[in-house]
Design a binder for this molecule. Structure first.
Ligand code: 3H9
Length: 717
């Protein structure tokens, strides 16, 4: 970003983003910001847009207009988020919102009809502009999505979105979009009345011009959603119904956000203000609340994460310029939970996949798992039956290595055991093309150990997927000193193609994500031994902002898996990673967690989690009586152990940057996004504060909390 940019003068002025072409009385207004991958409503764009509106208003030759984007896949990506970084006060943010509202108001009040011709992402302020247009046409194309994603950035729609959307599509549908920020595809947008027409991308402009003409001649009018069903009328169409909807939405939002994310509640307030009867009041409230939210720390952290993940999209993963190889065909060894999960995302990206396991029954089970993922999408109407069949046809199964000679990448997802992995690598390498890459999906075993038996160690690396693969957004690509940059770049590029955020980490036990997770889980085990109740531990960490508590997580992952990994970590790092005896005892008792319907919690026949099993304390050898340990202490012990280890990972060169450490923890283990990630959290509390707290804990629990050198250095600075 330019150092000269300020909140009042963020960009050079002058015509640069729009071009206007008047043909037969219709002005085609094309937005195409030069040198920018997306269109965004910056201050300069806003000013220029206002000038264009003014010009069109005065030009009596012009009878209608079309607003279209010159970018291939983006209509407008919303307000310019970079400008938010320049905001210092809530008042400045409120002014930004007022300016946005004025622009949108000018569009809505134009003398001539204006048609929004939408292809690609139409988000935030982009959708707010479209809503102010007279008529909306969207292309029926997978890239065309409409959303108000502001709450994902900790703010609320600030240019009339909270006011116009409920009027356009009804209160319940609008709240669903505003409170989640989720993308709505073109077809759905049409069905819900958000756009008036769907067209093929090839005829978008042509149809838009035609509609602008018809509208200018007083012909075609946009459809309104007058003919709603009974439930719509009951709930959206009258004040009593609306107050019920708003109350329910508030209750659900509080339950979901647990008080950590203020923006959805603020958005609800803005919507409610708009429905109270006085339009001006609604808009004023929207601006005020936008200002308030933009000034929150939560918003700053979420915006930081937006830019961190965006930067990772462009990161090749290596410091030298090297072209990644294409991966058209993928081999997967192991058709279990992870193997089939990887296969399910790969085929959906059009990769031909060959999946191998020891016998036909296992391969068939893997196929069923892939089909299950696709069927789920079919049920949700995200894909058609034909797409499901076409996608499944990309998957082949085998019990030997036939077909593996032509794959570009092999991912092994066999049992977490070094000898097994060695055997697989010894068998597969002679079959593979010399340039093909071998990735191991181990979660703890150092890649260099796996690569010891490789003939081509430069082609060996780790690709650590998280479970369930089709839902979890992260991949850790793990390199050894022997891995070639081309192999790394290929794995990174393919990981991104699978739709994942990829961080590149250096080799070492547990790599990054599991390495920081272990001390956290272990500490939960120690608290249990000491007498804390399971509910108290889980509740404390959920209250801190994790999606589930560490004990629930252990039950989910499986205690046997956890214990196996724990012994690898203990061997590597010594006493600091000594596994909690409670967890070891549970493994010995066969209480592996949800998969065997027996763990810390009780599970019903379908594997649904119930209450804590009262017998578990005795099995775990925990103190006979539950002792009250303050919630803050539980949180500090678990979280500080994690932060300290994250700092060590940076110090040891496991992660390349704090950014990767933050994104890895948020996407890999659900570190609370509103805290920005471990490193941002350390920054916000102050390294010196953390160091003194760690020292205090270390004096009480010797050996587990000794501050990392990195933190000591940071604290001294
Ligand atoms: C808002 O609208 C508030 C309003 O209600 C009212 C205010 C008054 N701003 O992701 P990509 C950059 S809030 C600034 O790699 P893709 C991005 O940083 C906004 N920059 O591409 C990257 O820059 P660089 C609500 C933006 O094709 C480059 O564009 N809108 C913005 O994978 C390419 O991005 C959102 O939250 C922006 N709005 O995905 C939408 N958008 O090349 C956020 C993108 O320098 N954006 N950039 O690293 C997205 O979700 C995705 O970028 C998008 C494209 C789907 C559009």
């Amino acid at each position: 970003m330019d150092a000269m940019r300020t909140v009042d003068n963020p960009e050079p002025r002058g015509p640069y983003a729009f071009s206007v072409d008047v043909q037969d009385g219709i002005a085609i207004v094309t937005l195409d910001m030069p040198g920018e991958p997306v269109n965004k409503i910056s201050r300069a764009v806003k000013d220029e847009f206002l000038q264009i509106i003014d010009r069109l208003e005065r030009d009596t030759e012009v009878r209608g207009a079309v607003l279209i984007s010159g970018k291939p896949d983006v209509f407008i990506a919303g307000a310019d988020i970079e400008e938010f970084l320049l905001l210092e006060t809530a008042a400045q943010a409120e002014r930004l919102s007022r300016d946005g509202q004025l622009l949108i108001d000018s569009v809505a009040k134009m003398r001539i009809p204006i048609v929004a011709a939408i292809h690609g992402a139409c988000l935030g302020g982009g959708l707010e502009v479209a809503l102010a247009c007279t008529y909306r046409i969207a292309t029926e194309h997978p890239k065309t999505v409409l959303a108000l994603p502001e709450v994902q950035l900790g703010i609320i729609p600030g240019a009339g979105g909270t006011q116009r959307l409920p009027r356009k599509i009804g209160l319940r549908a609008a709240l669903d979009m505003i409170l989640t920020g989720k993308n709505v595809r073109a077809k759905k947008a049409y069905q819900m009345g958000l756009v008036e027409e769907l067209v093929h991308p090839a005829i978008l402009l042509q149809v838009a011009v035609k509609r602008a003409k018809e509208l200018g001649e007083g012909g075609k009018r946009p459809q309104t959603r007058k003919d709603r069903g009974f439930v719509d009328t009951l709930l959206d169409g009258n004040p009593l119904g609306r107050s019920v909807v708003l109350r329910k939405a508030r209750e659900e939002t509080i339950k979901k956000t647990k008080g950590h994310y203020p923006a959805p509640l603020a958005a609800l307030d803005a919507v409610a203000a708009g429905l109270s009867g006085r339009a001006a009041h609604g808009y004023r409230e929207e601006s005020r609340l936008f200002g308030e939210m933009a000034a929150t720390d939560v918003s700053r952290q979420l915006i930081y994460l937006f830019f961190a993940t965006t930067a990772l999209k462009k990161d090749s993963g290596v410091d030298v310029p090297v072209e990644p190889r294409d991966v058209d065909k993928l081999g997967i060894i192991g058709a279990g939970f992870m193997g089939s999960g990887i296969a399910s995302v790969a085929v959906q990206q059009g990769t031909v996949v060959r999946m191998k396991d020891a016998d036909h029954a296992r391969v068939a089970k893997g196929f069923a798992a892939v089909r299950g993922v696709l069927k789920d999408r079919l049920t949700k109407r995200q894909i058609t039956r034909t797409q499901l069949d076409d996608t499944m046809s990309l998957l082949g199964g085998t019990v030997d290595y036939s077909g593996f000679g032509s794959v570009d990448l092999v991912i092994e997802a066999v049992f977490e055991d070094l000898a097994t992995k060695h055997q697989v690598l010894r068998e597969i390498e002679p079959v593979m093309k010399p340039e093909a890459i071998f990735a191991t999906n181990t979660s703890t075993i150092p890649i260099a150990r796996v690569a010891e038996v490789a003939v081509r160690p430069d082609r060996v690396l780790g690709m650590h997927f998280f479970s369930p693969v089709h839902k979890m957004p992260l991949i850790e690509v793990i390199t050894t000193p022997g891995t070639s940059p081309e192999s790394v770049a290929t794995a990174v590029s393919y990981g991104k193609r699978l739709g994942k955020t990829v961080i590149v980490v250096n080799d070492g036990p547990g790599f990054y994500v599991n390495r920081i997770l272990f001390p956290y889980i272990n500490e939960a085990g120690r608290l249990l031994e000491q007498g804390a109740s399971i509910e108290a531990i889980d509740d404390a960490m959920v209250a801190f902002g994790f999606p589930v508590g560490p004990i629930t997580l252990l039950d989910e992952v499986g205690m046997d898996v956890g214990a196996k990994a724990a012994s690898v970590m203990h061997e590597a790092f010594g006493a600091r990673f000594a596994p909690s005896a409670a967890i070891e005892k549970l493994v010995a008792a066969g209480r592996y967690g949800r998969k065997v319907k027996k763990g810390f919690y009780l599970y019903d026949e379908d594997g649904k989690k119930g209450a804590v099993d009262p017998e578990v304390y005795a099995v775990a050898g925990a103190a006979a009586e539950r002792t009250e340990i303050p919630q803050l202490e539980i949180q500090q012990r678990c979280v500080f152990a994690m932060l300290n280890e994250a700092a060590r990972c940076l110090e040891d060169g496991i992660i390349r940057s704090e950014r990767d450490g933050d994104v890895g923890a948020v996407f890999g283990i659900g570190f609370p996004p509103f805290r920005g990630g471990p490193f941002r959290y350390i920054d916000s509390m102050g390294a010196s504060v953390l160091v003194s707290q760690l020292e205090e804990l270390d004096s009480r629990f010797p050996g587990r909390f000794e501050p990392a050198e990195q933190l000591l250095r940071q604290a001294r600075r």
